[in-house]
Design a protein around this ligand. Structure first.
Ligand SMILES: Cc1cc2nc3c(=O)[nH]c(=O)nc-3n(C[C@H](O)[C@H](O)[C@H](O)COP(=O)(O)OP(=O)(O)OC[C@H]3O[C@@H](n4cnc5c(N)ncnc54)[C@H](O)[C@@H]3O)c2cc1C
Ligand code: FES
Length: 345
């Protein structure tokens, strides 16, 4: 049995099979709904159900509150329809543009630019071409079927020869996948993955100035977006804020400085929240999103792209809109949610 879903205001119609979520079916058919974690934790897929009935699976209350649910909002990644439905959701041009492929990848190189960060190059198979937008992510499919998401850190134009994607992976001690990455993973290992996924990428139909906001390895998709800006010769003003605890955590600080030196439209502001005496840090300190608010008390004419720790993304989304006048629809984000976030109340 399948149901028809109509998406407003675009008027696009797609079908959802038994046991599929509204989002799963939309991704399969290239409909381009907004989303991030696909797992009820980030809230990026929140949409209004105008007509129809769905069963809502488990999700975080911070992604969708009981109040919002009562008002008819749903998380498309957790909602399974049992009637035809009408959904009010902004479609994201380009989000479903490229085919989602399952493919094996081979570890070409593993570097550790910081104690808890691995930069991994993964060679793509010669017979399958992974197309994606700078900012999107892939999922590794682990042996037990669990999945883990990682954002490409290189723009698709910079895959190199042989073609390889670059990922920045932070070790979460006790984590199913990253314990393996920081333990047994070695060159030539094969990892199964699927992608591209996500609606976090540059909106190129706008000429608004851009704030890029990263914490930790949230820098990965931001780096890919900067490469995209360079490759396309886009000269919109870009302000990059990268937050980390200590200097050593800014694992590609030199890359960011060089990018800013080469791109007159780009400024780079690194921010440390726990600078150590050894860091001899003379730069900005504090919470990275608050530093942005000091520098840009008025964000009403900006676009913001934020990526990394869920707490940073949530704080920025809330405070930029409430205190700096950022239009909510001009905030684009991927929150790096993990099992830890999914098991918080
Ligand atoms: C869209 C997206 C893109 C992402 N991109 C990146 C990226 O580019 N780089 C990056 O570093 N990360 C990224 N992430 C995060 C990444 O997908 C993983 O969540 C992260 O690497 C942890 O994976 P893991 O398997 O090692 O840990 P998990 O197994 O998910 O565990 C994470 C932590 O939670 C703890 N934990 C496990 N189970 C529970 C439980 N039941 N209750 C409480 N605590 C628990 C573990 O001990 C560990 O400390 C992204 C996430 C999303 C959603
Ligand atoms: S809550 Fe649905 S995509 Fe994250």
């Amino acid at each position: 049995m399948s149901f028809q879903v109509t998406v407003l205001p675009s008027g696009r119609v797609y079908s959802v099979d038994d046991d599929e979520t509204l989002l799963g079916a939309a991704i399969r058919q290239g409909i381009g709904l907004p989303y991030g974690c696909k797992d009820g934790a980030c809230g990026s897929c929140k949409s209004k159900l105008v007509e129809g009935n769905v069963t809502h699976g488990e999700h975080q209350s911070k992604a969708l509150s009981a109040d919002e649910e009562a008002q008819g909002f749903v998380l498309t990644c957790c909602a399974r329809p049992h009637t035809d439905c009408t959904l009010e959701a902004r479609t994201v041009p380009g989000a479903g543009e490229f085919p989602v492929l399952k493919l094996p990848s081979r570890v070409l190189a593993i570097d550790k630019p910081a104690a808890d960060v691995a930069v991994i190059k993964l060679q793509l198979p010669a017979n399958q071409q992974l197309q994606y937008r700078a900012g999107q992510y892939v999922e590794f499919i682990l042996r037990d079927g669990a999945r883990r998401s990682y954002s490409m850190a290189n723009a698709p134009s910079r895959l190199g020869t042989p073609p390889a994607i670059e990922l920045h992976i932070r070790h979460m001690p006790g984590g199913k996948f990253t314990d393996h990455v920081f333990g047994a993973l070695k060159e030539k290992d094969i990892l199964r993955m699927e992608g591209p996924f996500g609606s976090f990428f540059l909106r190129e139909d706008s000429d608004k100035p851009i704030v890029l906001l990263a914490s930790g390895t949230g820098f990965a998709p931001i780096k890919a977006i900067i490469e995209r800006l360079q490759d396309e010769g886009i000269t919109r003003p870009v302000h990059l804020y990268w937050g980390a605890r200590a200097r050593a955590d800014l694992y590609l600080h030199d890359w960011a400085e060089q990018a800013a030196a080469a791109m007159p439209s780009l400024t780079y502001v690194p921010v440390l929240s726990e600078a150590k005496p050894d860091d001899a840090w003379t730069g900005r300190t504090g919470f990275v999103h608050q530093v942005v608010m000091t520098d840009f008390p008025d964000l009403s004419r900006h676009q913001v792209y934020a990526c990394g720790a869920p707490i940073m993304v949530e704080s920025a989304q809330r405070d930029f809109a409430a205190q700096c006048g950022l239009p909510p629809e001009e905030f684009y984000a991927d929150a790096f949610t993990s099992e830890a976030d999914k098991h918080q109340g």
